[in-house]
Ligand binder design. Structure first.
Ligand SMILES: [Zn+2]
Length: 157
């Protein structure tokens, strides 16, 4: 078995769903390949880290509140409403993807060093302007959107 084949099988190897005969091949390869053992250990640590992250509960009416606010803002800003709402959705989706990338980059880049807490609120205003995320910049200090803007602005430096 080649390293690339082992790498492709690592997720199913870790979650225990790999077919037994392939699992044996992967284990044989791991016995003789330090590089793949290192890759396996990194994946194990990443999985453990992701499982240890506390995800705050989302209030039941959160989605309705966000959509209600978006509709109010939409009504006050744009005569062609649907376009603005889709644009907002795309920006929020892009922000979530960027935040995930920044988070993964921070994890991969610092190798266990502590990531500084998001306290630099001033930088988020620049980022919000640059990416036209002014709706997010109205979020109260300490909120998830505000923390995202701070983290994203640090990741872009
Ligand atoms: Zn290998």
């Amino acid at each position: 078995m080649r390293c690339s084949e082992v790498e492709n099988a690592i997720e199913t190897f870790l979650d225990g769903t790999l077919a037994p005969h392939i699992r044996e091949e992967v284990e044989r390869h791991l016995d003789s390949c330090a590089g793949c053992r290192q890759t396996l250990e990194r994946r194990r640590r990443l999985t453990a880290l992701l499982q240890s992250v506390h995800v705050p509960p989302v209030p039941g009416a959160f989605a309705d509140a966000v959509m209600g606010r978006a509709r109010r803002v939409q009504a006050s800003r744009s005569p062609v409403g649907g376009v603005w709402l889709r644009t907002l959705f795309m920006r929020v989706a892009a922000a979530v993807v960027l935040a995930a990338g920044v988070g993964a980059g921070a994890f991969m880049g610092v190798n266990g060093q502590r990531v500084p807490a998001p306290t630099d609120v001033g930088a988020s205003e620049t980022l919000a302007g640059a990416y036209n995320l002014d709706t997010l910049s109205e979020a109260p200090e300490g909120s998830v959107p505000q923390a995202y803007l701070v983290l994203a602005s640090r990741g872009s430096k």
